[in-house]
Design a protein around this ligand. Sequence first.
Ligand code: BYC
Length: 318
Amino acid sequence: MSSEEQTSLQEQQFMQKINAEEKIEPKDWMPEKYRKNLIRQISQHAHSEVIGMQPEGNFLTRAPSLRRKAILLSKIQDEAGHGLYLYSAAETLGISRDEMIEALQSGRAKYASIFNYPALTWGDMGAIGWLVDGAAIVNQVSLQRTSYGPYARGMIRICKEESFHQRQGYDIMLTLANGTSEQKAMAQDSLNRFYWPALMMFGPHDSESAHSAKSMEWKIKRETNDDLRQKFIDQTASQIEFLGLEHPDKELKWNEERGHYDSGEIDWEEFHNVIAGNGHCNRQRLEHHIKAHEEGAWVREALVAYNAKKQAKQAEVA
Ligand code: BYC
């Protein structure tokens, strides 16, 4: 059998597995483009979790009570954990953590656009938990069925934690919306600023999405950007109503025939500007990451030295 025939046979077997809903595991044969696409998506997902700690981390010293502070701290630690699961999942595809970090810090790898918006008030902690984690869950629930085993398994755990995050955010919003008129105005302002960027988290329209067609065929993605966005729009409408706040989308209207809300158009120019690196906080987020990474170098060095010492001792005993 020629090497081309062999590859085509492997490709057929790979697609059979995908179509039978079997997971692809690290040691299985996979097309190079599948591997690369997964590394791209999983590593960007990991970067989003880690960069996403920054807007909230900034509010740890400003939480209004000890209880709120403990909850926020625990949520942010969860995000660090999500980053670690995801970096580990990406590493099973043959890329190192250092390479991924370098891609992030040099600006070659993206992270979710939403984290380039500033968090200005305590209300933003509510809006981030409710809307940002809320949008993330809608996406991640469907990724629990993604075709790559380590990514799918990571998502199951992440979703459980993410749903606690979403509730804590909504709880902050409920408290503010039912508080004084100033608190209610703060909740409204946070909703107004985070609603549209949360919709952008689902990516460009399907017709504009570079990776969707192949990712759907390979079952890396299980639902399209627009379908997931619609789910989020539908579920958020009643949540806004329950809070007694005004919906930021003045064109939002229930469409009986479709069984979904029709909505206004996203400002795509703003989206492209932010992912091109020109958002409010892009530079600050990366600078902060680089600084924290450099300051943590001694921990990594100590860990490597400790492991080398342990291995040398084990070799001596052996
Ligand atoms: N922001 O072909 P498309 C969290 C890029 S964090 C930035 O549709 P794809 C949390 C896209 O990467 C959870 N870039 O791409 C943490 C691609 O660029 P490249 C984050 C975006 O991959 C802390 C190009 O645009 N969740 O929950 O098929 C605190 C074309 O797009 C964005 C995930 O990462 C964006 N919004 O679909 C609180 C989920 N959208 O790579 C909360 C995993 C698109 O060609 N990722 N781009 O340079 C995914 O599901 C998919 O990657 C996306 C995009 C739906 C995001």
